[in-house]
Design a protein around this ligand. Sequence first.
Ligand code: PBG
Length: 338
Amino acid sequence: MSNEMSAMVDEVTGNRRLRRNRRFDWTRRLVQESRLTVDDLILPIFIIEGENSEEAIKAMPGVSRYTLDKALDVAKRAAVLGIPAIAPFPNVPLDKRNVSGSEIANPDNLICTFTRMVKETVPQIGVITDAALDPFTDHGHDGILRNGIIVNDESVEMIVQGALRQAESGADIIAPSDMMDGRIGAIRQALDQAGFNDVGILSYTAKYASAFYGPYREAIGTDGLLQGDKKTYYIDPANTEDAMREAELDIQEGADMLMVKPALPYLDIVWRMKDTFGMPVFAYQVSGEYSMIESAAAQGYIDGEKVMMESLLAFKRAGADGILTYFALRVAEMLNKH
Ligand code: PBG
């Protein structure tokens, strides 16, 4: 057929047939734009004191808190599966929590001890530690609470102490999730002064004041403690520009990577950050996102595995480089099978 002829035919039948590329599994695979791989995953692990035990978290079916020996086994499993990094979150005994969260500065606290264990035994897996104070305060806030106010600069000083202890324990990346002003610059300066020039900072830049964190608070035991809410320091879910300004500052202050949290309800933020700054951007699929999928799947309302894969792929499509997800082990197992 001549070009003129085919143009005519196309005019009659319509030449815009997008379904051709969707016809077979193999064409779909050839034209697939976004892909989820094991390299995209970061596994959060909940840790507790004690030995050889594991506690189920009611609001997060399938997720447990582990004593450090058991958590180390989980880290080993993650490494074998090829998961690049883990993020430990501690459930600290109540008698170690106080108004200022000073336990974060104890070099033998749960996070630091676990970090040393992982770095000794499974050095190939990255350890990303959080320097927010909430697991360590008796009021559940990420900073120091005085007269009803989360005091910024004093909190930053404590957060910096925590970050230093974590770096000394071998943490590869410090990921402060507290949203105090100026903490990225302060952590960077302190790390550099202490010779930890190579320790990175993943800033929880766009951390929203979200109700999706509910199950996490049971996991680390802040649910019964939290006084009020976190609206005076986390970002209002209505706002985008605030997140963009936060990102600008964090980058100026020395952040190596940015985080958006929660993930699925904030895909527009993931996209815009990636598009604007071109920095590594991570999405945190938070506890509430996880539990919604798991509970609906348990009821038989959705196919949990498919919804899990689809939501993770959505983060990649939006431009996320990596994903913190409680599904990480399960997903890695699935991806490794193919
Ligand atoms: C606080 C912190 C939160 C999460 C991790 N660190 C939020 C909060 O408790 O307010 C949430 C993680 C999740 O929901 O999975 N620094």
